[in-house]
Design a protein around this ligand. Structure first.
Ligand code: GAP
Length: 434
């Protein structure tokens, strides 16, 4: 298993991930994706979208705004309950999530339970705690020119609600047969008390979520089906090692307020097992609350049976950053300096280079091959810096599956060398055969 420090260093050195606002010394809980990171992130999102939306007939896409009518968060329960237990050390004024300071606690931890554990402050070592307060994690902003209570709005803490508020519009515009899903990917914001573990707990993250609407009587079957499809996505499309994924049935006391069953997909990250994603049965909680708040019916009328009912919902929800770190850490061979990314995710599929930069005949031929590939695929890069060994090392580190080199034999017989990233094996082929 790769070491987290070595991954952080690789990501910075090769332009995958930089600390947010780096030039000003960073900004807690924020991370920026660099040129290579943006390509890998886009490949992850595109693969997710293709798997769940493009290749299916039953899932529709939406792209809702980040700032939504604040009534959304009243209806969803976020205004009242989207909070973590905050505790302050009276000696050093450090603020922490109480449930993360000791083993076996959950977010409903009480002052009594906490006191009995005699937890020491991780910063100053004292045991001088104030009372636990619930801290709402939604980021507030003001909409319009007036800064009053009336103008308060929130940056969405989950993309899911952008789907629920469009459920009626999708039915009225696309007439889907039940079961059907609505998918959305985009930014979500959480004012985490203690952002941590590199990109695993950020204040700004990218979610990919599906709300799958089913008849209430069929939720168990549909849940099992989505569980299988999620496993296939993680293993086949993302290439994650099966043995690093662990399904955990979440106990009732630990489930989100809206869920009657949740499976957390845990992943073996460099610093231990952490939640990668969740699959939750949200019942009719959201649609019923929207009915109540908006006064509009959320009933679905079955075209065949004529039955009208409020659908129940199953939600596979995953954060792109957590998936990104799972993909990188699962594929980084620290010893050999090779990032064994699956081909569909690798930022570049080919790197083309002339053996020597100062031989115009080699450069000319290499440019022809580069153009041949670039016209067909966008994911091709050019490298003529340093010597060939150095170029291979760089491409291995950024996960380029094939390096193509134009050398003196190319001028003789027209063949080029294709070197494989994982085996370092080299074969000679004609460029047209690529
Ligand atoms: N709509 C349901 C929902 O938002 P969640 O368990 O709070 O449920 C779903 O979040 C997923 O989003 C998580 O499993 C994780 O992959 C990602 N996620 C949530 N908070 C995150 C954060 N602060 N930083 C990075 N990813 C996060």
């Amino acid at each position: 298993m790769a070491n987290l420090d070595s991954i952080v260093s690789l990501c910075k050195r090769r332009g995958f991930i930089f600390p947010g606002s780096d030039v000003y010394g960073g900004f807690a809980g924020t991370w920026d994706f660099g040129p290579l990171g943006v390509m890998l992130k886009k490949n992850i999102i595109d693969t997710w979208w293709s798997y769940w939306v493009d290749k299916r007939d039953d899932i529709y896409g939406v792209d809702a705004d980040i700032i939504m009518n604040p009534r959304t968060w009243l209806a969803s329960g976020h205004t009242a309950t989207f909070a973590d237990p905050l505790i302050e050390c009276k000696a050093c004024h450090g603020r922490f999530r109480a449930d993360k300071l000791a083993q076996g606690l959950n977010e409903h931890v009480t002052d009594g339970e906490f006191t009995r554990l005699h937890v020491k402050c991780p910063t100053c070592g004292q045991e001088a705690w104030g009372p636990i307060r619930m801290f709402n994690m939604m980021f507030k902003t003001h909409v319009g020119p007036v800064d009053g209570d009336e103008s308060i709005a929130y940056l969405r803490p989950e993309t899911a609600q952008g789907i629920f508020v469009n459920y009626r519009n999708v039915i009225d515009s696309c007439y889907p047969d039940i079961p059907f899903g609505i998918a959305q990917q985009g930014k979500a914001f959480r004012n985490e008390i203690s952002p941590r573990d590199y990109i695993l707990r950020d204040r700004e993250c990218t979610q990919m979520e599906i709300e799958y609407f089913v008849h209430p009587d069929t939720w168990e079957t549909e849940f099992e089906q989505l569980l299988k499809e999620t496993d296939t996505f993680l293993e086949k499309e993302m290439g994650l090692s099966v043995e690093k994924i662990n399904h955990v049935e979440v106990a009732e006391k630990d489930r989100a307020h809206y869920s009657k069953r949740t499976i957390d997909f845990m992943f073996q990250y460099p610093n231990g097992e952490e939640e990668l994603m969740g699959l939750a049965y949200r019942t009719d909680f959201d649609l019923r609350n929207i009915e109540h708040e908006s006064g509009k019916s959320m009933e679905y009328r079955d075209k065949v049976t004529g039955e009208s009912f409020v659908p129940h919902v199953i939600e596979p929800s995953i954060g792109v950053e957590r998936l990104f770190l799972a993909v990188i850490s699962d594929n980084w061979d620290e010893e050999k300096g090779i990032l064994h990314l699956p081909e569909n995710l690798a930022p570049y599929k080919f790197c083309v280079s002339p053996l020597l930069k100062n031989k115009p005949e080699l450069v000319k031929k290499a440019e022809e091959v580069y153009k041949l590939l670039k016209d067909k695929y966008t994911f091709v890069t050019w490298d003529d810096s340093g010597n060939i060994g150095k170029r291979y090392r760089k491409q291995d580190e950024i996960g380029t599956p094939k390096c193509i080199v134009i050398d003196f034999d190319t001028l003789e017989d027209g063949t080029i060398t294709v070197r494989d990233r994982d085996t370092a094996e080299q074969i000679r082929v004609k460029p047209e055969k690529l």
